[in-house]
Ligand binder design. Structure first.
Ligand code: MRU
Length: 348
């Protein structure tokens, strides 16, 4: 099972270049795009070629490797300063997932320590590969920790795509679902379609199908009716940024599901690596929420579905207060009933 569930990996470094699986084309086409300039990597993140908090962080780390190579060719001894413009572009690609800033900060901290005669690209590439491998390893640990919380024959609902495609591989929320399924604990997975980018319909459904895990799609609006049947055991989602008190920013619609889950006594699990925790923020109110274009809502596949000129609200994320969450699963441990006090127990 492990071999099979690790078969989807959206980010590959090969022949001194970065390759990204174009997630905008899935599930119908598997197209790999090739990158050797950091600016193009920033555009790929912005335009959703690659998405999902950990995957964005890993991609940015390889982006820093490319930026260092370009800067070295241009400026040699002053290569660190010459990278600045590209680093800013990478940082500006998407605002909510803190993994992006965490990874850039980690890569740049290493870059600053390198002397002129050290092979910057080689050293930075090694670090990016470590970060990438650590993410996959963390997902396997979280998979086991999260699966421990799930009873046999459970029925679960997930939102957006927190799978292999959103990470280095295996996934966070889908990592738990994969592991629990392997242990015979999952009877059925429901995947919310996740308007407007349809990550649930296009990506989660595809990933689970690859692993022969029973998946049924539903519109976001059907979640309350599903919960009212009394058959759902868990809502399991990923996160883009977790504040120190356990408030969680994740794909728009997660907050709605958490409220519904509380009302219907369905448990709510958030699965995310510690690189998603922003210890600087006391609570979720300061998490920057990305606002994306109105056209993403008024159009589908280039086809208008709304009257010309109508406006649309398109926040990409919302914040779920910690008190609506039963468990935050990280590779450093599980936080039950998240609060600042309980979160601090997993801080190094
Ligand atoms: O806009 P996206 O597709 O990048 O949003 C992704 C999510 O909200 C995921 O749930 C989150 O990044 C966790 S991915 C392991």
């Amino acid at each position: 099972m492990d071999k099979q569930t690790d078969s989807i990996q959206p980010i590959i470094w090969r022949d001194n270049k970065l390759f990204l699986l174009d997630q905008r084309q899935l599930p119908h086409q598997q197209i790999w795009l090739e990158y050797d300039h950091a600016e193009e990597v920033a555009i790929a993140i912005r335009d959703m070629v690659v998405r999902g908090a950990p995957a964005i962080g890993i991609t940015a780390a390889y982006g820093i490797v490319l930026a260092a190579r370009q800067a070295w060719l241009m400026a040699e001894s002053k290569w660190q300063q010459a990278m600045a413009a590209q680093v800013i572009k990478l940082k500006q690609s998407r605002p909510t997932a803190v993994n992006l800033f965490w990874s850039i900060q980690r890569m740049m901290a290493l870059a600053e320590t390198l002397s002129e005669d050290e092979p910057a690209e080689v050293v930075l590439l090694k670090e990016a590969k470590t970060l990438h491998a650590d993410d996959i390893a963390a997902n396997h640990i979280m998979g086991k920790l999260g699966a421990n919380l799930i009873d046999n024959a459970s029925i679960v609902l997930t939102h957006c795509n927190a799978g292999a495609l959103a990470t280095g591989g295996f996934g966070t929320a889908l990592g738990v679902i994969r592991q629990a399924y392997t242990e015979g604990k999952i009877k059925q997975v429901y995947a919310g379609e996740t308007r407007p980018w349809l990550q649930g319909a296009r990506l989660t459904a595809w990933e689970l199908q690859q692993d022969n895990i029973p998946v049924t799609l539903l519109c976001e609006g059907a979640a309350a009716a599903l919960m009212a049947t009394g058959k759902l055991d868990w809502v399991i989602v990923g996160a883009d940024r977790i504040a120190a008190n356990g408030d969680v920013a994740n794909k728009i619609g997660t907050y709605m599901l958490a409220i519904l889950a509380k009302y219907h006594q369905v448990k709510m699990m958030v699965v995310a690596p510690t690189s998603t925790i922003d210890w600087q923020l006391n609570d979720g109110s300061k998490i920057p929420i990305e606002q994306r274009s109105e056209q993403e809502v008024t159009m589908i596949n280039g086809q208008s579905i709304a009257p010309v000129g109508v406006s649309a609200l398109n926040p990409a994320f919302d914040v779920t207060p910690a008190h609506l969450i039963d468990a935050i699963v990280t590779e450093a441990g599980v936080v039950l009933s998240p609060s600042l006090e309980n979160m601090l127990k997993i801080k190094e």
